[in-house]
Design a binder for this molecule. Structure first.
Ligand code: ATP
Ligand code: MG
Length: 276
């Protein structure tokens, strides 16, 4: 297999006409990969994505060819998939206000050009889920919000409308499903590609702790940061350091690694009802 691309978290190989997406145990915060791996994180991301792709297939076709036909050294954390022409938009849906969405709302009352009511606070539930796409930034740069018109300019009106519709449908299904396990999906990021026949296909990873904010419903309380099943914990730990958020990232101590691993595993086990 030929290594095509090594992202912050995943490595992408070409194998014949297929791609093999391999999730590592690497963790990045503020777009910087930390030197300390989180054991089993790659397996959690991969197995959770596979579980969701299956459960979303009636909404949108997906890129998975096989979750098992992968080289033995990557077993459990790799997906064989169809190689698509990726669309240059990070398709984000938000049902709650957090992260960059919150920052943008505080500055100008909108996110990706979508106006929101006044008086919302950190963690507030939005009146309805919204589509808040961003650019797909090149290495070393940060993603930026796109308005719906920006998406139309990038991919055409018909595809833009379809991306918004699919993103909101996947988010809604994901949020409803996770809610039955007591988990709030505050937001999620999807990537779509186009196949040889011109169909829009769901690609990349889906509804994982790296691409979404998962919060336990029983401790959700607007007006403060929420407990999250993801790297939020590492981000908060990093804020206690004298680190300027540029490479190299700091070594993560063992207790922070163990707590972070436990959150990834708990998200997987609660959502799927399976043991990792
Ligand atoms: P990061 O996500 O850390 O910002 P990245 O997006 O460059 O970095 P990864 O997410 O680790 O890197 O790598 C996955 C890459 O594979 C992405 O560029 C994604 O768009 C691409 N990809 C995912 N699925 C497919 C597919 N079916 N066909 C073609 N490319 C795909
Ligand atoms: Mg990516």
């Amino acid at each position: 297999m030929k290594l095509l691309h090594s992202g912050k978290v995943r490595d992408v190989y070409l194998d014949g006409d297929d791609l093999v997406l391999v999730a590592s145990d690497r963790l990045s915060i503020y777009d910087v990969v930390l030197p300390t791996p989180i054991p089993d994180k790659g397996r959690v991301l991969t197995q959770l994505s596979l579980w969701w792709f299956d459960r979303l297939a009636d909404i949108v076709p997906h890129h998975v060819v096989s979750g098992t036909d992968v080289p033995a050294e990557f077993a459990g954390r790799a997906v064989r998939c169809r190689r698509l022409e990726m669309l240059p938009v990070e398709c984000i849906a938000r049902g709650y206000l957090a992260g960059l969405g919150l920052e943008e709302y505080r500055k100008q009352g909108t996110v990706s050009g979508v106006p929101l009511p006044g008086g919302l606070v950190e963690g507030s539930k939005l009146p309805e889920p919204i589509f808040t796409p961003t650019t797909k930034a090149a290495v070393g740069e940060h993603d930026e919000f796109m308005t719906f018109d920006d998406v139309v300019a990038a991919v055409g009106a018909e595809t833009a409308a379809r991306l918004r519709e699919l993103t909101l449908a996947v988010y809604t299904r994901g949020a409803e499903t996770a809610a039955t396990s007591g988990i709030i999906v505050a937001d999620t990021k999807l990537e779509f590609g186009v196949d040889e026949g011109g169909a829009i296909v769901l690609a990349d990873e889906v509804l994982t702790p790296d691409s979404s904010r998962f919060w336990p419903a029983d401790s959700w309380e607007p007006g403060r940061p929420q407990y999250a099943f993801d790297k939020q914990f590492v981000r908060e730990w990093s804020q206690t350091l004298d680190w300027d958020r540029t490479p190299p990232g700091p070594e993560v101590p063992a207790d922070v690694v163990a707590a972070t691993r436990a959150r990834y595993v708990e998200a997987y086990e609660r959502i799927t009802g399976r043991d990792l």
